[in-house]
Design a protein around this ligand. Structure first.
Ligand code: S3P
Length: 442
């Protein structure tokens, strides 16, 4: 799962995007489809599954836990669910690669099982904070050990039972919320989570779509353990987080209109649309309906002159993965953009504040990294050599900067793009980005 190979992107100046673009399936929904389909009773058919390394790590983990899963074949999976109590002990530690979502959600799902499991990952994942999940799960009675630093390996021992808790989330994190709710499936009584800000609610929606009762009351989500999930059909929408790179590329570029097709429009994920609109983007959302509880539609966007803005704190959790792309939009906007209250960006696949600030500086942008955000003064973007530091979203964000830079942009550390967006370079090239890829054996 970890990438021994090094990948470099080289983007020549002068490109512009146009046409209809369909990006791969939503990563968050793909993880949940595999996990919940596995512990449902009966067959779950998934379409539009993201065949990226992260979701594939979850799929391999569920197989190692004894679940038969056919596919993926062109995004289609058939999961032969084993029910909540049908998982079996894996033969070896589960390697979750680069995927924080796999590790945090599986810690929740597996801490109430009758067998032990160990979760490991790549270099980046082994440094990411896990106490945020082990702490509330411990309160539920789970027996989980991490390193002294609170990082993986995550060692889960079986316990006789878990108890429901009423947990106020200390940070706006859908991964923590989901881990507690998934453990709650195995707990006595009610398990509730109250979030301090809106976070993605795919877990709640999919539990309900598979017939598990979930009570949502404003910021509080509750469920009662030991119910049943029933297999069903899940259509995974295109990932708005992957679409975000093309939205930004179209907004800053000089091309014609671009339409992103069949994108997930769950309101807990559409902060990027709202922020781009506030910056002056020429953008239209065309709702198309609903698939297994997730709203879907097209987003049409064309180039416009953008203005820097102060990003409202309420939009931070609903745009959390899109900031690398949005920082590129800010670098091309007139005036200053200020982001605060986004300290979570420091513990993503990389420290996204530091890595983006360093790269933007390399391209000649005036930028100030803040402990919990960034200040970016928009202006002219130059070419240059930047490091993505193995962070997929940083790599794709800087690739889009190539649409406006006045020289070539060379980006190192791009192999992890495959975690969320396999085929990115090819799709971007066919949409009009002059991107070349160099692979080097590492
Ligand atoms: C995710 C939640 C977010 C997001 C991550 C995927 C999920 O993390 O950044 O890429 O699928 O639940 P946090 O919940 O930790 O903010």
């Amino acid at each position: 799962m970890s990438h021994a190979n090094q990948r470099r992107f080289i983007i020549e100046p002068g490109g512009s995007l146009s046409g209809d673009i369909r990006v791969p399936g939503d990563k968050s929904v793909s993880h949940r489809a595999v996990m919940l389909g596995s512990v449902a009773e009966g067959v779950t058919r998934v379409r539009g599954f993201l065949e990226g390394d992260d979701a594939m790590a979850t799929l391999a983990a569920m197989r190692a836990l004894g679940v038969r899963i056919d596919g993926p074949e062109a995004g289609a999976l058939t999961i032969h669910g084993v029910g909540l109590h049908g998982l079996s002990a894996p033969d070896e530690p589960l390697d979750l690669g680069n995927s924080g979502t796999s590790m945090r959600l599986l810690t929740g799902l597996l801490c109430g099982q009758r067998f032990a499991t160990t979760l490991i990952g790549d270099q980046s994942l082994m440094t990411r904070p896990m106490r945020r999940v082990t702490e509330p799960l411990g309160q539920m009675g789970a027996d989980i050990v991490t390193s002294d630093k609170g990082t993986a390996p995550v060692g889960i021992q079986p316990v006789t039972s878990l108890m429901g808790i009423d947990y106020p989330l200390p940070m706006a994190s859908a991964q923590v919320k989901s881990a507690v709710l998934l453990a709650g499936l195995y707990a006595r009584g009610e398990t509730a989570v109250t979030e301090p800000g809106i976070t993605r609610d795919h877990t709640e929606r999919m539990l309900q779509a598979l017939g598990y009762p979930v009570e949502v009351d404003g910021p509080r989500v509750a469920l009662t353990g030991h119910g049943r999930l029933t297999g069903g059909s899940i259509q995974v929408p295109a990932d708005i987080s992957s679409a975000a790179f093309f939205l930004v590329g179209a907004a800053i570029g000089a091309g014609e209109a671009v339409t992103l097709l069949d994108v997930g429009l769950n309101p807990t994920r559409t902060g990027v649309v709202e922020i781009l609109k506030r910056m002056g983007a020429d953008l239209e959302v065309i709702a198309k309906g609903d698939g297994a509880g997730e709203p879907v539609g097209d987003i049409r966007i064309q180039a416009a002159s953008l203005e820097g803005i102060e990003i409202p704190p309420s939009l931070v959790p609903v745009a959390i993965d899109e900031f690398p792309a949005l920082f590129i939009a800010a670098a091309c906007a007139r005036g200053e953009t200020l982001l605060r209250g986004a300290e979570e960006l420091r513990v993503k696949e990389s420290d996204r504040i530091a890595v983006m600030a360093t790269g933007l500086e390399r391209l000649g942008v005036q930028v100030e990294a803040l402990p919990d955000g960034i200040r970016i003064v928009g202006g002219r973007l130059g070419g240059g050599h930047v490091q993505a530091k193995g962070d997929h979203r940083v790599a794709m964000a800087f690739a889009m900067a190539g649409l406006v830079a006045d020289g070539p942009i060379v980006i190192d550390g791009c192999a992890e793009v495959d975690t969320s967006f396999p085929g990115f370079a090819g799709l971007a090239r066919s949409a009009g980005l002059p991107i070349a890829v160099e692979e080097q054996a590492g």
